[in-house]
Design a protein around this ligand. Sequence first.
Ligand code: SF4
Ligand code: SF4
Length: 284
Amino acid sequence: MIITVASGKGGTGKTTIATNLALSLPAAQYIDCDVEEPNGNLFLRARIDRRLEVGKPLPEIDHQRCTFCGECARACEFNALAVLKKKVMVFPELCHGCGVCSYVCPEKAVGEGEKIIGVAEVGVVPREGEDNLGFVQGILNVGEPMSPPLIKRVKQFAEPEKIVIQDAPPGTSCPVIQTINGSDFCLLVTEPTPFGLNDLELAVGVVRQLGVPFGVIINRSDSGDQEVREYCRREQIPVLLEMPMNRDLAFAYSKGIPYVREVPAAREQFRRLLADIEKELRRC
Ligand code: SF4
Ligand code: SF4
């Protein structure tokens, strides 16, 4: 089962939920898909066993064959090509690696190269007396604007026999869609504030479009107002967990220690969360 922990905005506690949930389950794997700012490992401190460079396809122009007809540049949706008199320029930052330029070129002058955009790291989080927690994270190169190819690659390390917890990037744009797509269930983490509600509505729009079953977690649930709960009630969205402000959790967080390591009894609420997700899935 693949469970993605997402949220319409940053700072809601998504990584706290994802890391603690993963640590509470016996046969689990944590995948940090927030490749622009992977911070799950600040808490998990995984032992990294493999590190692989990840690239995205990038067109390579054979200037011997090219007639400078301009067909490729006209077809490129992303303005990533400029055809000059005697040269075709490729702008790697704009290219999405879609391959359309190669498809339309009448001279077969567009080959496929690669641009390295980051690394994928694979390892384990050692756990005493139980199976190690599987760990994967992607790290996007600084200045690289295109994260979905790296997210796609790190997701390929998911181990089908485990419960995979994917930590999504914040927001509702392409990297989030790339992460959620193919998940069995999505947990949307929010907070009971007007900002939280606004971004939750956007995130709900995304998961509904993708057809992924989902539920909501309200973090810092003893603050703010009732609007998020009202919205969930109106939209018949299950609220699977409410987490009030918790001094122990905040203290552990400030030291980079996962809450369930500091307070092992807290694992129970995350195990119950998994049982509730399974119940929701049976209802779908
Ligand atoms: S479509 Fe092919 S031949 Fe035409 S400009 Fe592009 S690379 Fe050159
Ligand atoms: S691969 Fe796609 S995005 Fe990149 S240059 Fe070619 S047409 Fe444009």
